[in-house]
Design a protein. Sequence first.
Length: 275
Amino acid sequence: AKSEGRNTIRFFTADMDREFRRRRQTEDELRRDLGTDRFKVYYQPQFDLRTGSLTGYEALARWTSPALGPVSPEVFIPAAEACGLIAPLSEWILTKACRAATEWPEPVKLAVNLSAAQFRTGDVADMIERVLRWTTLPPDRLEIEITETALLRNTETARSALNRLRGIGVSIALDDFGTGYSSLSYLSRFPIDKIKIDRSFVQRLTADRNTSAIVQAIVGLGKALDLEIIAEGVETHDQVAQLRAIGCHRVQGYLFGRPRETVGFPIPEVVRRLQ
Ligand code: C2E
Ligand code: CA
Ligand code: CA
Ligand code: CA
């Protein structure tokens, strides 16, 4: 039993070692590729089902490393946070996306994700104001998407940054809504304009009555608080029918368009048919 224990420890440390080296390599490659065209910004459309109009695009970062191949943002965003590169990476993404958005027709908004780590220091609002000035995108065309984690971990810096951004006309969406905890209190304590119903709810919507009740409650809450509500990860017509019945009219998901490098403005057939 004793030697077994020792082996377990050895396997464990070997795994940690491999994991550690993989992380180090990701960080090294990230540092090397930052600011090059190996990073890209893709855009996924958002629609209003009642009017059939395109309301905005969410910017989603992409990275293909020559050494590692395509790396998911769920891997490289945390890696960038860990090695102190999230601020320059995020500024690069925002700049590229804002510049693109200046070419879009008037009411179409740009939504950009910010990571929780960026609210640790007080300068995220400075960065955003600088990029807006530099790219000349009007602040009311920009929406930032944040998660509850950002608000939970850095309550005071987050509140002042969000108040400042809200003050110049930037709108604020609470991402992955319903997956964190004590969500409800954030809605009154922070200047939130919109909630994004997490994909996990949308996925279970047609199979599970409880989920449908939860989504209904979220939509009701959003309406009572005068918030916009959008459902993310919409993949099927059944989900659309349910969302409409519940009163959620904003949608984003593969059914309406995948994230792409170039944006288009025609209304897809699936939206037209729903009008
Ligand atoms: P998120 O902000 O919740 O973004 C939604 C994710 O769902 C995206 O994955 C998107 O491609 C995917 N998605 C959209 N529609 C559908 C659908 O119908 N079905 C399914 N199965 N998936 C769908 P992606 O692009 O891999 O991004 C993953 C996460 O990485 C994002 O989750 C966000 O948290 C983070 N992320 C991506 N880009 C950025 C960025 O520029 N900055 C920061 N801070 N985080 C980012
Ligand atoms: Ca998002
Ligand atoms: Ca989300
Ligand atoms: Ca998510």
